[in-house]
Design a protein around this ligand. Structure first.
Ligand SMILES: Nc1ncnc2c1ncn2[C@@H]1O[C@H](COP(=O)(O)OP(=O)(O)OP(=O)(O)O)[C@@H](O)[C@H]1O
Length: 255
């Protein structure tokens, strides 16, 4: 068994007239410390699957296991979520935004400042702890969101298009920072993205889903040579375009 396992996941939404199957027979395993991406056509159920992994709602059928234990209220805190929007509280300064999860979990207040400062250092924002979110750029705010997610020390990070609202330069920089930081902290990560290049540059494996209903179509292993590089450098490597073309061809075949 892998660290994160999905077994026979099916999910349907019920409208007033009929049930619509969104996910069908999803089986996959992700190793501890691995970085994978989920890609696929719009509406194939990527976000629904992330929400099921996070334990936000149960699947219609099937089970999610983390380290051999079925996902439940007890182990849900092993999972951190980072989204397209940063959802920072505008009335709280950066330090308080980062430590909000620790306060909710009633962890000892003595270490909050130390945790916040160490994480801000890690994400390259050493001097903003007293600032307010409105004083930061979009890229800086997403760095704060990353620090906030890491503050509660989750084992698995679910990243739902966290770079898609950023300008291209900020996005490339943040991709590098996220990979470097998650490797340093040995986190397991699942990224949902529409950007094939981003998926290749950041991941060890790319899971391609097809739609109607969402099924796992194919898994692409990213060559070792790319995995050893930062996402920015991976995009310049000759093997990158071969993988890009292979995934693009397969995605196109899904219609
Ligand atoms: N609460 C809901 N009730 C009914 N249908 C829903 C609900 N949430 C999602 N769906 C449907 O489930 C399907 C999958 O949605 P989901 O957002 O998971 O797809 P996605 O692959 O993440 O899409 P995108 O790439 O566009 O973000 C879509 O057809 C959507 O309309």
């Amino acid at each position: 068994m892998e660290f994160l396992n999905l077994e026979n996941i099916h999910h349907s939404y019920f409208s007033s007239t009929q049930a619509k199957d969104v996910l069908c027979d999803i089986n996959l395993g992700i190793r501890e410390g691995e970085f994978v991406s989920f890609i696929g056509p719009s509406g194939c159920g990527k976000t629904t699957l992330l929400s099921i992994i996070a334990g936000l709602f149960p699947p219609t059928k099937g089970k999610v296991y983390i380290d051999g234990e079925e996902i439940s209220i007890q182990n849900q805190s092993l999972i951190g979520y980072m989204l397209q929007q940063d959802y920072l509280f505008p009335w709280k300064n950066i330090e308080d935004n980062i430590t909000i999860g620790l306060k909710i979990m009633e962890r000892s207040q003595k270490t909050h400042k130390v945790t916040a400062n160490a994480l801000l250092q890690e994400v390259g924002l050493a001097n903003v702890s007293d600032n307010y979110p409105r004083e930061l750029s979009g890229g800086m705010r997403q760095r704060v969101a990353l620090a906030r997610t890491l503050a509660v020390n989750p084992k698995i990070l679910l990243l739902d298009e966290p770079f898609s609202a950023l300008d291209y330069q900020s996005k490339l920089k943040l991709e590098d920072l996220v990979v470097e930081t998650l490797k340093a902290y040995q986190k397991t990560a699942v990224l949902v993205t529409h950007d094939i290049g981003e998926a290749i540059a950041m991941s060890e494996r790319v899971f391609l889903f097809s739609a109607n209903p969402g099924t796992l179509h194919r898994v692409f292993e990213i060559p070792e040579a790319l995995q050893q590089l930062s996402p920015f450098d991976a995009r310049q490597h000759p093997a990158y375009s071969d993988v890009f073309q292979a995934i693009w061809k397969e995605l196109e075949s899904l219609g």
